[in-house]
Design a binder for this molecule. Structure first.
Ligand code: CUA
Length: 151
């Protein structure tokens, strides 16, 4: 008699266990990929002039930089901003997915066709910062770089 109860209890716990795994896997599958796309429409004006990419002063010591990526280049290729300025990067791509990383900073995002990726950075130190594509985009991927000059 007791054996039957234990058997039912055993099968019951197995089912509970399996459904916990199933639900867990389902919700994990629903989570976004771990890429660091920074999109904050509240803070950054996304109606950037991509027909005229470049640096635009939008406020007191505040700049917006519109950048268009395309295999295998950035437009513009050199961005000049003053030290201490707040810089909003507004980036898009004409063709395939590219990565936008400013080496040595926390700016690192995916740039997808049809979307605008944004990141804000304050450059406290003078110098040159390397911008690189960190998403494989074709044969010229490794040559796809640009720079920020902070003066
Ligand atoms: Cu663009 Cu890699």
């Amino acid at each position: 008699k007791y054996e039957k109860i234990w058997l039912i209890f055993g099968i019951g716990s197995l089912l509970v266990f399996l459904s916990v795994i199933g639900v867990g896997a389902y919700y994990k599958g629903q989570q976004p990929p771990s890429c660091l796309t920074t999109i904050d429409p509240e803070k950054v004006d996304q109606t950037a002039p991509f027909d005229q990419p470049g640096v635009k002063q939008v406020g007191d010591n505040h700049y917006q930089v519109a950048i268009v990526m395309q295999a295998f280049a950035f437009t513009p290729n050199t961005i000049k901003v003053p030290k201490g300025a707040t810089v909003d990067f507004v980036v898009t791509t004409k063709d395939v997915v590219h990565g936008f990383e400013i080496a040595g900073t926390n700016v690192n995002m995916m740039v997808e066709p049809g979307y605008v990726s944004t990141a804000t950075k304050v450059f406290d130190k003078k110098g040159e910062y390397l911008i690189l594509c960190n998403e494989y985009c074709g044969t010229g991927h490794h040559m796809m770089t640009a720079k920020v000059e902070v003066t």
